[in-house]
Write a protein that binds this ligand. Sequence first.
Ligand code: PAF
Length: 284
Amino acid sequence: MESVVGVDDLRRRVQQWRRDGERVAFVPTMGNLHAGHGNLAKQARTQADRVVVSIFVNPLQFGPNEDFAAYPRTPAEDRVLLEALNVDLLFTPEVAEMYPRGQAATARVQVPDLDNILCGAFRPGHFTGVATIVTKLLNLVQPDVAFFGEKDFQQLMIIRRAVTDLCMPIEIVGVQTMREPDGLAMSSRNRYLTPQQRALAPRIYDELDLARVAIEAGNNDFGALEQAGFEALQQAGFQPDYFSIRDAATLGEPQAGAEVVILTAARNGRARLIDNVRAASRMR
Ligand code: PAF
């Protein structure tokens, strides 16, 4: 696996592959890689001649009181995993390389409506930070196809919208969430959990799945299901931000008979965990 830090080196390498007619896949990450990221790289491997992975902890997507400084950074372990997955090129830019004029002075990509609901309501500016860095990375790598995890369902939808609206000729593939054997969605932030918090954490998936089962059995009282899920998480010891049922295609109001997505974000000690599950709702 080759490794580059500078944007010029990255462009040169990928341009050479393009000239040779090779198909390029891209997996952007913030590092501290786990099997979920591994799965993205594996999928990428099956769909392209060349696989590029980036590791960049993007300051623009962290709020002033969030965990940018503490976000786990494990470059040596990440490299071993990516080598084993036969990744061709690892891009690990410095902050100054991605924001040479500073973050505040950099042009931004904002995706209206989708960016201020759910997680966006609790993390102002977060999705603008995500859409901006993903756009910059996509413009640098210019892949044919890029892979993102479905765990970050709202993020995936915002990236799809940005790519469509800004006419980027790139296919965006969402990859199913990888879970621990007890159901907990894999996440770099699971590292923050104490053993006691880790034991509680699978309740998030349990509550999402309970709502899914109810919806698929014909319960369309979405408001009551949202309230029940929120309260169950609260009573279990989480501090939930939201427990919400939305239309899976738009994140708008859920409609009976359509595919819906049940999404939650809940604090468990230091960790803010997010997860989602889709459900096929039925006409009454
Ligand atoms: O999901 C992530 O790890 C990040 O939000 C992403 C897409 C790499 C942008 O920094």
